[in-house]
Ligand binder design. Structure first.
Ligand code: AMP
Length: 444
């Protein structure tokens, strides 16, 4: 199959050739023709599948072929994303794919001054990529109008709900014209996402490029049982003995990220970090240094790392298991991208067995365990079995079993970056679409 056979116009085909994109990825092959025809789409696709080009290419083409010239403060296509990093990345994709087209695109997000964004909107934009909170601010200040809107894309919709954006989204959706094309992309499909799709999409085509809620197949995954207090020591041991070249490490809290980064720097390892406390330029610089190979270990929280596009990343380490099982799939999606194989190793302590169990239920496999001889834990990590049932609970375990884990329905409490230790006290449902945002939900 070729891009030409999907119906793309000559300028886009030339650009794809210059990028050395030879064949469409599965999501592109399935999504591009119906989007070109104007259909609504609901796609289960993770980062790394080529989904961005899957919607950007046909939208650029439609913006070229149809609709009026954009008026001041208006936008013709709106792409909503959960984080600033993803906003930048998606905007970059529109710039790249649209390099030979006379269309204007821009990204707006919180954490930076709103004035330049207002200025940029004055002339009107063909494509606006935005995080929901900042877009709502701009809308309330009359800096953006939606009367010319032709297309709406919700990228990583599951993450937007996880981050507590339901209320902002609700308010925005009311402001959008009813007649439009809507495309919804999500790595996972919880009931809340399905409800949202039901409200927003008209006779959508559903496509799925990897098995539902399944982790990417090209990633080799395993875990190493270890006592909690020895995780840093184990990480250093692995980094040195396995001669890891570049690693993206996930920790659950800002404090955890800082502590690990500081220890790595003390050991003379080129490390940097990204988390929600850091200003956007600092985060982008860390990412650029990591991409350039100056930084060997990048330590990150889930929120900050969402949407990172790092080519050929060989290894992801889960220093902590994520509190929300779906984040495991997103994390390991950072490796094994665009057809390459990757590795994902999790350092798991006894306290985390319920989280492990929920992840295994979600990905429908039990992660293989590999003992590291000098690090056999004193607190044994109980065996888990397929289906996510823990065979035997450890005595010290404080967390509750997660009923229905893996169906994308239940999340543990305030999981992201709020304090030192995530507090998995309450078992709480994802807010249904249109409901109040989850307590603790915040702008990325
Ligand atoms: P995405 O899933 O949109 O984040 O894309 C993942 C990566 O795959 C990005 O670095 C894209 O540049 C790259 N990519 C997307 N489509 C293709 C393609 N058809 N051929 C080669 N690389 C691609």
């Amino acid at each position: 199959m070729t891009f030409a056979s999907l119906g793309l116009i000559e300028p886009l085909l030339r650009t794809l050739e210059s990028l050395d994109y030879k064949t469409p990825s599965p999501v592109q092959a399935q999504a591009i023709p119906p989007i070109l025809k104007g259909r609504d789409l609901m796609a289960a696709a993770q980062t790394g599948t080529g989904k961005t080009a899957g919607f950007a290419l046909p939208l650029l083409q439609r913006l070229m072929m149809e609709g009026p010239q954009v008026a001041s403060n208006s936008v013709r296509a709106l792409v909503l994303v959960p984080t600033r990093e993803l906003a930048e990345q998606v905007q970059q994709s529109f710039l790249t794919y649209g390099q030979d087209l006379p269309l204007r695109s821009y990204a707006v997000y919180g954490g930076v001054s709103i004035n330049p964004q207002m200025m940029k909107l004055r002339k009107g934009l063909d494509v606006l990529v935005a995080t929901p909170g900042r877009l709502l601010d701009l809308y309330r200040q009359n800096a953006v109008k939606f009367n010319q809107l032709q297309a709406l894309v919700l990228d990583e919709a599951d993450r937007m709900l996880d981050l507590g954006f339901a209320r902002e989204l609700d308010e925005l959706f009311v402001a959008l014209p009813k007649k439009r094309q809507t495309l919804l992309f999500s790595a996972t499909f919880s009931d809340a996402i399905r409800a949202m799709a039901g409200e927003l999409l008209r006779d959508p085509l559903s496509i799925e490029v990897s098995p539902r809620n399944a982790a990417a197949k090209s990633v080799k995954q395993w875990l190493i049982p270890v006592d909690k207090k020895r995780k840093t020591e184990l990480f250093l041991h692995l980094y040195q003995s396995k001669r890891w070249s570049q690693v993206l490490v996930f920790a659950n809290t800002r404090k955890g990220v800082d502590e690990l980064e500081n220890e790595l720097l003390r050991q003379g390892i080129a490390a940097d970090s990204i988390h929600g406390d850091k200003p956007q330029p600092t985060r982008l610089r860390a990412l650029q240094r990591f991409k350039a190979g100056e930084v060997k270990v990048l330590v990150a929280t889930d929120v900050a790392a969402r949407g990172l596009d790092i080519d050929d990343l060989p290894l992801v380490v889960n220093f902590d298991l994520p509190i929300v099982a779906e984040d495991y799939v997103h994390r390991i999606g950072r490796t094994g991208r665009a057809g390459a194989t990757g590795q994902a190793v999790s350092l798991v302590c006894a306290d985390e067995v319920q989280l492990l169990s929920a992840i295994e239920a979600l990905i429908q496999q039990v992660l293989p365990r590999v003992d590291e001889p000098d690090f056999i834990p004193d607190h044994r990590v109980p065996q888990t079995v397929a289906g996510g049932v823990v065979v035997k609970k450890p005595k010290k375990l404080k967390q509750k079993t997660v009923p229905g884990a893996g169906k994308g329905k239940i999340h543990l409490g305030n999981w992201f970056e709020s304090d030192d230790t995530p507090a998995p006290k309450a078992v709480r449902k994802v807010p249904s679409f249109g409901g109040k945002p989850k307590k603790g939900g915040k702008k990325p």
